[in-house]
Design a protein around this ligand. Structure first.
Ligand code: FAQ
Length: 332
């Protein structure tokens, strides 16, 4: 099952396509949306399951680094806001699992694959959140990078995914603003608070750049995913846009982006910047990041601890079905 879900075909030349595949590609090229019951190439379905599933897992695992700070938020207002944000991420995970289910895979199957370490989630959530300033950096940079990637996905070719993205993007933009608001308070606060904000930026800058995936030359899925409009931009295009948008925001905060190579390039109309450490990225996505074990362990424990709730709900649903069936028989 795992192999079936995670394999995606390479880009296919038109001459190599079957008539069905060519007609499907024409629909994509015309900008039509593909809906669940319609014919689709197996590779398209598997690539979507991989990407949407990974995205759903990221939302769910992504609750952990912030959930860690709910009880320690500095004010009641900040606690309420953070609680609402973390709850939103759970909702995003649910829309995305539902979108994946329209492709013929169940939520339980996807969760089993995650727990077995056979499906990925975003690398960023394998880094620790050490101080309150990290809540600012996560909202500003991590949600900022997530939006940069997800706004174009609102136009993705698969209907349920594109519709889920529209709602998710609206909520993510609030998340980013709340993060930037925390950063503003810290950066304009005492010297100690400003130092915490700078430290959070130092630790989250390169991991945030890694969220966009490997550089284009190492991206195995981009060519086919872009032909199918499952992805709308390459990893490097979005990373560049993110840097160009974020550097002026750091300057406004009076903080320094931790990259000595960062420099405005007039000719290209964007910043030149250092590549992240790709060996670190590949270690993190292979399970060897600073918090991989802790994150997955927390998810597996939550799943096991929640078994009695799922069983109770199923038993209740079965009883209700039986009562409705009995009432129908009595009414006939
Ligand atoms: N982390 O060929 P490509 C969020 C893997 S949502 C882990 O370039 P692709 C909200 C990739 O899967 C964040 N793995 O792959 C939030 C592939 O491995 P595979 C999540 C990564 O799919 C905020 C291999 O590397 N967003 O944060 C990563 O074409 C705050 C080769 O890479 C999405 O998932 C990575 N960063 O492009 C929640 C958006 N990058 O599967 C809480 C949708 C790459 O063959 C708090 N996804 N890999 O074993 C996408 O747009 C794409 O899947 C990319 C990767 C761009 C992530």
């Amino acid at each position: 099952m795992y192999a079936q879900l995670v394999t995606s075909e390479g880009g296919k030349a038109r001459e190599a396509m079957t008539p069905e595949e060519a007609a499907f590609q024409d629909r994509i090229d015309r900008g039509e949306k593909i809906e669940p019951k319609e014919w689709m190439p197996e590779g398209y379905r598997k690539t979507l399951i991989r990407q949407i599933g990974q995205h759903a897992h990221s939302e769910i695992v992504g609750q952990l680094p912030e959930g860690n700070w709910i009880t320690r938020a500095p004010t009641l207002e900040r606690k309420q806001i953070l609680l609402a944000k973390v709850q939103d991420e759970a909702g995003h995970g649910l829309y995305l699992y539902s979108a994946a289910e329209t492709l013929g895979v169940s939520r339980d199957e996807l969760i089993d694959l995650l727990h077995a370490g056979k499906m990925k989630y975003s690398s960023i959530f394998n880094y620790p959140t050490l101080t309150w300033a990290d809540m600012g950096a996560v909202g500003w940079l991590v949600d900022g990078a997530a939006i940069m990637n997800q706004v174009p996905l609102q136009r993705t070719s698969y209907g349920p995914y594109s519709r889920a993205m529209i709602r998710i993007c609206k909520e993510e933009s609030f998340h980013q603003r709340q993060g930037y608001d925390i950063m503003m308070k810290m950066a304009k606060g005492t010297p100690e608070q400003k130092a915490m904000a700078q430290d959070a930026l130092n630790r989250f800058w390169f991991p945030s750049l890694m969220m966009f995936g490997p550089s284009d030359k190492d991206s195995v899925h981009s060519a086919q995913s872009m032909a199918w409009k499952i992805k709308m931009n390459t990893n490097d295009e979005l990373r560049q846009k993110f840097v160009d948008q974020t550097v002026p925001q750091a300057e406004y905060l009076g903080l320094t982006v931790p990259d000595p190579e960062l420099k405005w390039n007039e000719e290209k109309g964007g910043y030149d910047f250092s590549e992240p450490d790709w060996s670190e990225f590949f270690a993190v996505i292979s399970g060897n990041g600073p918090c991989n074990e802790e994150r997955l362990g927390a998810r597996v424990k939550a799943w096991e601890d929640g078994a009695w709730v799922r069983e109770g709900l199923m038993a209740h649903a079965k009883k209700q079905d039986a009562r409705r069936a009995a009432a129908r028989v009595a009414a006939e």
